[in-house]
Each structure stands twice: as C-alpha cells, then as structure tokens.
Design a binder for this molecule. Structure first.
Ligand SMILES: Nc1ncnc2c1ncn2[C@@H]1O[C@H](COP(=O)(O)OP(=O)(O)O)[C@@H](O)[C@H]1O
Ligand SMILES: Nc1ccn([C@@H]2O[C@H](COP(=O)(O)O)[C@@H](O)[C@H]2O)c(=O)n1
Ligand SMILES: [Mg+2]
Length: 577
C-alpha cells in the first residue's frame, strides 16, 4: 500500500541564528495532499532530520518525529529559501502516532507561517492556514438571535440568559450598534427619520461581523450614540466566544443573518406594555419629551412593528410571552444551550483537565488581569489571588490518607493527611510568579526550576534545569500561568519523566489554557492532570493565546514597557554576542 506521505515536495527552510536548519513549510506536490509543518532540526548532510507530515493536515512538529525529508538541506547556506525535496516514508514509532491521531481528529497544531514561504500559490485558499478558533480545534460558537418589538424585553432576556450561563463565554452583539449615523441634513429632520425600518441599519457590516465571529475571529464593531445619532466605527472589540447572542428588533429580517443562527427567540410582549416601557425609557434614559416619543411611535414604531418585525415572528424557534418575566422559558432555553455546548465540552474529551468552578469573583479578577490597561500592581494583586485558587484546587488532587486527631474538647476528629513528598517546578520566568502562592499553601515546599527557550514561533529548547535530587519520588506541581501551544509544557513534562517522575504524579497548574495546548499535553501525557481557571478561545497567528492576557511574565514582573530586543546569546565567558 502506498504510504500516505510518499512523494515529491517543496520545503522552505531557513538557517536560524543558532545554525539550525528550520523547516518552515512543506507542500507535497504529487497528490492533492498539501501540508505544512514547522520544526527546528539539526543541520548537516544526509541522513537529514526527520519530518512528519500528517495526511491532509498542517501540523506543528516535535523535533523527534519521523519521515525523512531527503534533499539538499545539507548544502543550504542562505538564510531562507525554497527547495525541492523528496519525502520518503519511515516507520512511525508509537510515540508519534498520537500526533497523527490528533491531526486526524481535527486538532490544528498551529505552526506553519505561510508569510515566510514562497509556496502560497500552490495552496488553495481553503488549505492556507488561519488560526481561527475553529481550525484550532475549537467548536463553532452557538449563535442565538433574539428579536421582538422595541422595549419588548430583548435586552432583559439576554441578560437573564447570560446570567445563567455564567460558566460559558457569552458575547452579545446588538443590532443597535449597526445603526447608520445621521448626516447633518438628516439630523435637521430627525423627527422624519425612521429608525425602525430595515434600511436604518448597516446590515452588510453586521453580517460580516457575525460571519467572522461565527468563524471564531475577533471583530471590531461600531458604537452608536442615541443622543447624537452618530456612529463611531470600530469602537468595540468583540472576541469570539462559545455563545454569541445577536439581539435587535430586526435581526430575523435578513435571511443571511437568520441562517447564521442556531436558535431564534422572539420576545412577544403586548403593545401597550411595550409603549409604556418605551415612554419611560426614552424620557428618562434618552432625555426625550413625551410628545416626541408618542409621535415617533405612531408614525414609525407601530407601523414598522406590523410591517417588518411581527412578520419575522414565524422564523422563531421559541416565542417567549412576557419576556423576562417568563423564568420557565429562560430556564428551558439555557438548558438547551448547555446540552448543545456540552457535547463538545473539553473536560469531557479530556478527563485529566480540571477547570475550577467559576464565580463572578473569578470572572471579575480575570477581567482585571486581562485588561491591557490594568496597572502592574493590580495585575500582580489579582493574578496572585487567582493563582492561589488554582494552587489550592491543584492540591486537592494530591493523594491523602485518613488521619485521626484529638480536638481540644477531647473528641476524635477523623480527617485526612496529604502526601508530604511534594515539590513545585516553575517554568522560568512566568511560572516563578506562582511560587509564592505554592509556598503560602505548602510550608517549606521544595521548588525547582526549568528554563525553556522559545526559538522562533514553535521550536522549544530546554536551556536550564534545577530540580530536587529525589524528584522521582515526589508529586510534582508544575507551574506555568499560560498553556498555549503546549510545546513548553511537553518539554517540561518530558524532562520530569526522564528524571523518573511518575506521569500520574504530575499536576500542571496554570491560569489559562488554550484548547490546543490541552489537546497536545493530554494526548501525549494523558495521566498528567491539568488544573486551570479558564479555557481560552484559541491561538492567534503568532501562537499567542486569545483572548489571553499578554506576556504574563512582563506584566507580572513589570517589564512590559521595556523595549523588546532580539535574543542575546552569550559565549562561554558570558560575554554577549
Ligand atoms: N419583565 C419586565 N418587567 C418590568 N420591566 C421590564 C421587564 N422587561 C424589561 N423591562 C424594562 O423595560 C425596558 C425595556 O426593556 P429591554 O429589555 O431594554 O427591551 P428591548 O431590549 O426589547 O428594547 C427596560 O427599561 C427594562 O428595564
Ligand atoms: N437614534 C435612535 C435609534 C433607535 N431608536 C429606537 O430604538 C428602538 C430599538 O431599540 P430597542 O432596544 O428597543 O430594540 C427602535 O424602536 C427605534 O425607534 C431611537 O428611538 N432613536
Ligand atoms: Mg435592547
């Protein structure tokens, strides 16, 4: 049987600063198969370093992976280039099969940078890599449309749904944000402007934003001001989420928008209730007088409801009478959404993954540390609080044995005693931010360190280690606040295993995990427990976690306003080259 990786290919390479041949992409030209890989490989004449290209997939490569790329690599002396190579099959060791399995299962090992290659033309648009959340192995967001007359309670219903879905990432996009701003001429005759007509909205822009969000891409949406009637473009960034709610009077009007929705809800509230609420809202919140509100209602709002909004009720999957008063309907909707989302729950796929139970306190702390504008002292304070929670949760996974003590009242209390053979290992530098929390929880705990250098975007290299001598007999709490691609974690865990630590004795503690990293670590080390406080949406083109919180180490240690520089290399006398 022909090997799936046989064939001629083109490989783009460059020699990195440390004289290593880095293969940045490959296409296989003798079949429809088109793949990309990235890894760091030792240079030199044949036999060349191994290279694995899963069928029809792009994949990040661990350095040890098989399949030989034969060719002229040994003679490459330039910095970058594209070379013809022959890809020949090798026997795939057990270790590497997991990567293939993962690739077949739809996991995207983000690595290929086509912008560095000259081979773009040989790939179709579909084959070219993007780093949308979906391609990164994340499920498609669940899109809910909420329509209904003005003041029917749409926003209120959305708030109730979000409130109940507090453990999911939910974003709301309101159709109001897509109102066209008024021209100066229209402003003069504002009372003749029909804000309830479908043409009042920039539906094309709304559609494009919704399509991107559904594909897992962040979007910038406008901000509409009800007082000035002006719109500020790209005013708010909306990140992709598990659930996207689109609400507005006319969100069911355009069939292309309807087609994006997984669930359509129509909030059905009596006209007199809507009018009463509108009068209250427009006079109090928008500062309008009653006569203006009533005129607008009879001239535009009521006719538009009958002509455009009410006819879209037939598209609804669920009609909620009485809006936010209808607790039963909201409960049923939330249950349905949970069922749909639960089918892809990462914790169900990876039983070794533990996400701490979220609360508004936790969400609030995340909101602060994720905010780019947060000052260093606040970042440290709230990161410390969150880290402490993760550490406490992680400690809960340690083995224990029953222990009885006598209380001051002379009674017997039957409790438990934890394993004393513990240590922490921090991944320098950001992992060091987690050491204090661990020390605070485990008095006198030994803490070792590992330094992994990130070479390029995906190559990882172990540079330094300082581990307790008896680490093989200990349970290890591995500390690194961000699990992104999973490459550093794989390096660190591989080292621990090499030192004799039992896989099941490793608990990897982090603040945020990207699904890709979870897949990579869990596939390779299914017995390692991963404890985190939030699951991210995915990775961006630079392999950074999104939404993420930036360079954790820089923000925590206050070096985020330092000029970025190219890595420094020292010679054997510690002189910077
Ligand atoms: N069930 C309810 N009972 C009382 N007031 C409500 C209820 N639902 C909404 N409201 C109020 O009515 C106004 C309009 O509700 P909102 O949810 O903003 O409607 P919409 O988004 O459909 O315009 C708001 O001031 C809100 O507080
Ligand atoms: N400048 C504007 C823009 C819109 N409106 C009214 O808002 C209503 C839609 O908002 P809901 O939250 O009620 O869905 C719609 O009836 C418009 O007439 C406005 O008054 N002024
Ligand atoms: Mg509203």
């Amino acid at each position: 049987m022909a090997h799936p990786f046989d064939g001629l290919g083109r490989v783009a390479v460059h020699i990195s600063r440390k004289s290593r041949l880095r293969i940045v992409g490959i296409t296989i030209s003798n079949s429809s198969l088109s793949s990309g890989v990235e890894g760091t490989f030792a240079p030199g004449p044949s036999p060349c370093p191994p290279l694995l290209v899963p069928r029809g997939r792009r994949a990040a490569l661990a350095r040890q992976q098989p399949v030989l790329v034969a060719g002229e690599e040994g003679g490459v002396s330039g910095v970058k280039g594209v070379f013809d190579v022959k890809v020949v099959p090798l026997k795939i060791p057990e270790d590497s099969k997991s990567v293939l399995d993962a690739a077949a299962a739809g996991v995207h090992y983000s690595a290929l940078r086509l912008d560095e290659l000259n081979i773009q033309g040989s790939m179709s648009a579909e084959e070219q890599p993007t780093t949308s959340g979906l391609e990164n192995g994340h499920q498609e967001p669940f899109v809910i449309g909420v329509a209904g007359g003005a003041s029917s309670g749409k926003t209120t219903v959305c708030k109730m749904i979000i409130d109940q879905l507090r453990d999911q990432r939910v974003v709301v996009v309101t159709q109001e944000s897509f109102y066209y701003g008024l021209t100066d001429q229209e402003l003069i005759h504002v009372h003749d402007y029909n804000f309830d007509h479908p043409d009042a909205f920039d539906t094309e822009l709304l559609l494009s934003c919704m399509k991107n969000l559904k594909r897992g891409k962040a979007v910038d949406i406008p901000n509409y001001n009800f007082k000035t009637y002006k719109s500020v473009p790209n005013a708010r960034k909306v990140n992709p989420s598990d659930v996207i709610i689109l609400e507005g009077i006319l969100v069911f009007h355009d069939s292309r928008l309807r087609d994006l929705m997984n669930m359509k809800i129509f909030v059905d509230t009596d006209a007199d209730v809507r009018l009463t609420r509108r009068i209250r809202r427009d006079t109090i919140e928008k500062g309008r007088d009653i006569k203006t509100v009533l005129d607008q209602y009879s001239k535009f709002v009521k006719p538009a409801f009958e002509d455009f909004i009410l006819p879209t009720k037939k598209y609804a999957d669920i009609i909620i009478p009485r809006g936010g008063d209808n607790d039963v309907a909201i409960d049923l909707i939330v249950q349905h959404i949970r069922t749909k989302l639960g089918q892809h729950d990462l914790c169900k796929v990876h039983p070794n993954l533990y996400v701490i139970q979220t609360t508004y306190q936790i969400r609030g702390m995340h909101t602060i540390i994720r905010d780019a504008a947060t000052a260093t002292h606040d970042f440290i304070f709230y990161a410390d609080r969150l880290i402490r929670l993760v550490v406490e949760h992680g400690l809960g996974h340690l083995p224990f044995q029953e222990k009885q003590v006598i209380t001051p009242t002379g009674s017997v209390y039957t409790g438990v005693e934890f394993s004393k053979r513990l240590c922490g290992i921090s991944v320098i530098r950001s992992g060091e931010s987690m050491e204090n929390a661990l020390r605070a929880c485990c008095k006198g705990i030994k803490i070792g360190k590992i330094l992994i250098h990130r070479e390029g975007d995906n190559g990882q290299q172990l540079i330094y280690q300082n581990l307790p001598k008896d680490i093989a007999n200990r349970h290890v709490l591995l500390l690194d606040p961000i699990l992104g691609t999973g490459n550093s974690a794989v390096q660190a865990i591989s080292l621990l295993l090499k030192k004799g630590v039992q896989e099941a004795n490793i608990i990897f503690l982090n603040l945020i995990s990207a699904p890709q990293g979870v897949h990579v670590v869990s596939k390779r080390f299914p017995r390692v427990k991963i404890v985190t406080s939030e699951i991210e949406f995915g990775l961006n083109d630079d392999f950074r976690v999104i939404p993420g919180m930036g360079e954790f180490g820089d923000r925590y240690f206050g070096t985020d306003d330092y000029q970025s520089s190219t890595p420094l290399f020292c010679d054997d006398k510690n002189r910077v080259r």
